[in-house]
Write a protein that binds this ligand. Structure first.
Ligand SMILES: [Zn+2]
Length: 495
């Protein structure tokens, strides 16, 4: 991994700053008073003719899901391209990449106790085999973390592992892993089939990739409802020997998909880019209205609103709608790789990722010294425009498994809106109930208002703090507890 050239600005704010140094540090911050009229004008524009919800509802009714590689996915790409153009964005382009387009066929799961069989409702996880039929003893693998699997030892070889997607009755401080990481750990230890238990109540089934890198995994993996998971666990706990028979057939082909990109060139510093991205693709069980219609259609509306303003932002704002996120960040990985090869990455000063964001109450940031202070001052400025709807919270937590990850791993500072969409939304994550009825139109308007305001502040900052260098990035990932998941995923770049 090449070191990112440290751009522009390496001034740090020290706690014991002299008055002189303080003056230098203020150079990093935005001149808030000068920005207030602009923020107020944008706030009005964002609320006039807001289109995000209307466009998302249209897409949900007319296109349906937006699975990468499907006909609907291609229609969503074309719709996003058109909507950027209809809004008059001066530059719109598509960035093509290759992706494994997996689509579900049939799945059957039966559990037997030697005397009879129970048929269970199940959905296949994505990137599972094109054809599989496994008959294996069923074992309770708890939360599927390394300690749970160690407890089963050799028994796991050739077995069907029952694994929670969430963390249930975990030891204090335990950190959950992504389902694809749990699948990798269990397969490495010889599991022949994976039966994931969803934790949302109400017989909700969840899909999502079982593969870390988008390639098909060798064993079948399916998800069952929490109610059925409890039933099986109770029987296993009484010492009953159960056998699971999991069969599935799916389709897969390599296809071309497209990230859709638009930008507004900066008026004063066009060479420097503030990127605002989010994934347009969704799973196929519903229309992906919250994951991630919320984020992607808010970005389309944000582009409309910023472009409708009389003055251009001072730095370039680039809007990117990624495809292939759900299959393993395929579109964002491809774009970062291209930017790395062409040197474009040095121009991208930060990446703001909207994935299931709505009604932001602040921002999270992962960047070296200077970024948190900059975000703090931006949040304070946004609160001068609207204190009632925006709490101005700041988090420095870093997480994985969305399109900011490839940028972060390349050293680019990442920012994300802090959202709390409520249990009714999170319970439908990746499920057949992720539909337009879950979407609050105002939550999308507030995405536009507050992410837009942040973008204007970042675009106007006299200078921006640098990218991570390798040592800073490594330390930050370790401090955030991300070394283990990155190692499991083969994404840890250090020995
Ligand atoms: Zn998502």
């Amino acid at each position: 991994m090449p070191i990112i050239p440290a751009p522009l600005q390496s001034i740090r704010c020290l706690p014991l700053a002299s008055l002189l140094l303080l003056a230098v540090c203020q150079h990093l911050a935005v001149d808030v008073r000068a920005q207030i009229p602009l923020l107020k004008a944008f706030n009005r524009t964002a609320q006039t003719d807001a289109m995000g919800y209307r466009w998302l509802r249209w897409s949900s009714e007319r296109i349906g899901h937006r699975l990468t590689g499907s006909a609907q996915g291609a229609m969503a790409e074309a719709a996003a391209d058109s909507l950027f153009r209809v809004s008059g964005l001066p530059q719109v382009m598509r960035f093509p990449f290759r992706a494994q387009a997996w689509s579900r066929g049939t799945v059957q799961l039966t559990v037997g106790d030697g005397e009879g069989f129970l048929h269970l409702q199940a959905v296949a996880l994505a990137n599972t085999p094109l054809s599989a039929a496994v008959d294996a003893p069923l074992l309770d693998a708890g939360n599927g973390l390394p300690a749970d699997l160690d407890r089963l030892g050799e028994q796991l070889k050739g077995a069907a592992a029952l694994v929670n997607i969430g963390l249930v009755a975990a030891t204090e401080g335990a950190r959950n892993l992504h389902r694809s990481e749990k699948a990798k750990l269990a397969m490495d230890r010889g599991a022949a089939a994976l039966i994931f238990v969803n934790q949302a109540e109400g017989r909700v089934l969840l899909t999502g990739t079982a593969s870390i890198d988008g390639a098909l995994i060798p064993v079948p993996a399916a998800c069952i409802a929490t109610e059925d998971g409890s039933l099986l666990r109770n029987r296993l706990a009484t010492g009953q020997a159960l056998t699971a028979r999991l069969g599935m057939s799916n389709q897969s082909a390599m296809v071309e998909a497209n990230n859709v990109i638009a930008e507004i060139p900066g008026s004063r510093m066009p060479q420097e880019v503030i990127m605002i991205g989010g994934h347009l693709d969704s799973w196929d069980l519903a229309t992906g209205a919250t994951d991630n219609g919320l984020g992607s259609f808010s970005i389309l509306d944000l582009a409309r609103a910023m472009n409708a303003m009389p003055n251009r932002p001072e730095r370039t704002i680039r809007f990117v709608l990624f495809m292939g996120e759900e299959q393993g960040l395929l579109g964002s990985r491809a774009l970062v790789e291209h930017y790395r090869e062409t040197g474009e990455l040095a121009r991208v000063k930060c990446m703001i990722n909207l994935d299931m964001s709505g009604n932001p109450q602040g921002f999270g940031v992962g960047g070296p010294d200077g970024w948190a202070g900059l975000l703090r001052s931006a949040c304070d400025s946004i609160r001068t425009v609207d204190t009632a709807a925006f709490a101005g919270r700041l988090s420095e937590e870093v997480w994985l498994h969305s399109d900011h990850q490839p940028f972060l791993m390349a050293g680019v500072p990442v920012i994300y809106p802090l959202s709390d969409l409520g249990k009714h939304v999170y319970g439908c994550y990746h499920s057949s109930c992720d539909d337009i009825h879950l979407v609050d139109p105002q939550a999308m308007v507030n995405n536009v208002r507050f992410v837009g305001a942040l973008a204007y502040m970042l675009a106007a900052a006299p200078s921006l703090p640098p990218h991570f260098n390798q040592a800073q990035l490594k330390q930050r990932l370790i401090d955030s507890g991300l070394e283990q998941p990155l190692r499991i995923g083969g994404d840890w770049p250090w020995p």
